[in-house]
Design a protein around this ligand. Sequence first.
Ligand code: PEP
Length: 255
Amino acid sequence: MATRRPFFCGNWKLNGSIAESLALATNVRNGVATLRAADVVVAPSFTALHAVAKRLEGGSSGPVAVAAQNCHFEDKGAFTGEVSASQLADVGCKYVILGHSERRQLFGELDAAVNLKARAALRAGLAPIICVGETLAERDAGETLGRITAQLDAAIADIAEADLARCLVAYEPVWAIGTGRTASPAQAQEVHAHIRASVARKFAGVAASLRILYGGSMKPDNVRALMAEVDVDGGLVGGASLQAESFVRMIKEGS
Ligand code: PEP
């Protein structure tokens, strides 16, 4: 059985000046400096990416990598206001969060766009963190697993096995994001196992090592129970990543 290294990404969303982002990133880096058991990533706003990536690069106190929260699917051209994956790589990003439910719900992002963005990210050398998740209405209607399959299949369409090996998947039930309501460990495990089995049907070689993150009101006091589930490999964390102390405590509890 593959051992999967825990992975925690703090999604800072639309928060933070450059100075605030640098302070938070520095405190996270210092907080996890002696931790060798997990991969730690922070996802500041576009405006702070370069400064934070510079602050975190190299250094002896343990690397914390940088993710963007979105990218465009074309590499260049007349796309006013967009940022390409190669531009993100240029400023020092290693990862990009794609298909977050806020992008899907508030900005009309469709499954097909998530797929184009994932392929653009891979071309640029970034590792996509692909988000999937059901709404409360879909869960109540018994449609959770079907919805997840549809989102996942669309997101990874035409991605080769070697490229899929560079991706992460985040299961983020929409009803748990920013609500204080967390999926129970059993609910998370059911969906994570389903994601792994879906990937295994296509790419058996990748499924066992694919890291599947949970996201949705993950906190220091619930991370341990979630991480105890066999298919939960880490977290995509919103609110609790905005304070270095709680993010670092969570990573330590969960690793
Ligand atoms: C998120 O937005 O990815 C998220 C999981 O947010 P929160 O932890 O605040 O629920």
